[in-house]
Design a protein around this ligand. Structure first.
Ligand SMILES: [Zn+2]
Length: 285
């Protein structure tokens, strides 16, 4: 229930699933995994603190659950989870990991593999990030998994009332740009966003919600957009765009969020702080 996002192991697992799907084997040396896994953690993990991208890959490589993962040195000796998570050591040992044979066998079924990936994405990320991460690890899990037992046990019940309530409170308009498209009576392209992610114990509450157009919802979830304690928008200094539509995002910096209807709660500063620390892309190391 911690407030800190720790997506390192889920990201390593997703990367292994992609590799397994592509090659039929999840076996990989630390030397080969370090760069791509470090990059995933940098892109989709919380903003980096002290550890470098490369060092960040060592943590999940050492600590992935041994029920799933077999880690050995160059001569086949087992390496336990008590090994220090140091990249130099992993390289010197020629550490190589592989999902257990019975796990690989289960995942040979594409529906099971897709369900496992969905479960990881659901539990640790947001719906806006899922397709981007799938793309980054080379997974296609768009297939329906409703019938899957894994998928059913994984989902916290999502409150449809939350979506309705948030959209209503913000008058079916994007709180960032004012977009209010509709077809007849039906709003289009406006969504209810959680500030603190639902998968990270963010409550289904108006004080944790914002109505946002699909673009600004995605940019909030990806940490391009952030919120200040006085409820203004900020834009990551890492964000780059050339075309006018992309550059329009810069203009949002400093803009106040639209207010909810009178009597309805503003976004809680506690959730803003969580987003700022765990999601917003800042290059402050
Ligand atoms: Zn918008």
């Amino acid at each position: 229930m911690g407030a800190v996002r720790v997506p390192h192991k889920p990201l390593l697992l997703l990367w292994l699933l992609g590799r397994l799907a592509a090659t039929g084997s999840s076996a990989v040396s630390y030397a080969d995994a370090e760069e791509p896994v470090g990059r995933l953690i940098n892109q989709f993990g919380p903003p980096a603190q002290r550890a470098t991208a490369r060092q960040r890959a060592a943590m999940p490589f050492v600590h992935l659950e041994r029920e799933l993962w077999d880690l050995r040195d160059a001569i086949g000796g087992l390496l336990g989870p008590e090994l220090p998570e140091r990249r130099r050591l992993l390289l010197d040992l020629s550490a190589t990991g592989r999902l257990h044979e019975h796990v690989e066998r289960l995942l040979a079924d594409p529906a099971t593999l897709a369900a496992a990936a969905r479960l990881l994405l659901d539990r640790h990320f947001t719906s806006a990030l899922a397709p981007v991460i799938c793309d980054a690890v080379g997974l296609d899990v768009a297939m329906p998994v409703e019938g899957s037992r894994l998928a059913v046990v994984s989902r916290r019940r999502r409150s449809a009332a939350f979506t309705e309530q948030v959209l209503r409170v913000y008058a079916y308009s994007c709180a960032a740009c004012g977009f209010d498209g509709r077809i007849g009576p039906i709003p289009v392209g406006v969504e209810a966003a959680h500030v603190r992610w639902h998968s990270q114990h963010g409550p289904d509450d108006v004080s944790n919600g914002l109505a946002l157009c699909s673009l600004h919802h995605t940019l909030l979830d990806l940490g391009v957009l952030g919120l200040t304690p006085d409820r203004r928008l900020k834009v990551s200094e890492l964000y780059i765009a050339q075309a006018p539509a992309g550059r329009a995002v810069y203009d949002l910096a400093g803009r106040p969020l639209a207010s909810p209807r009178p009597g309805e709660p503003l976004v809680d500063v506690e959730h803003i702080t969580w987003h700022d620390r765990q999601v917003f892309r800042s290059d402050a190391a």
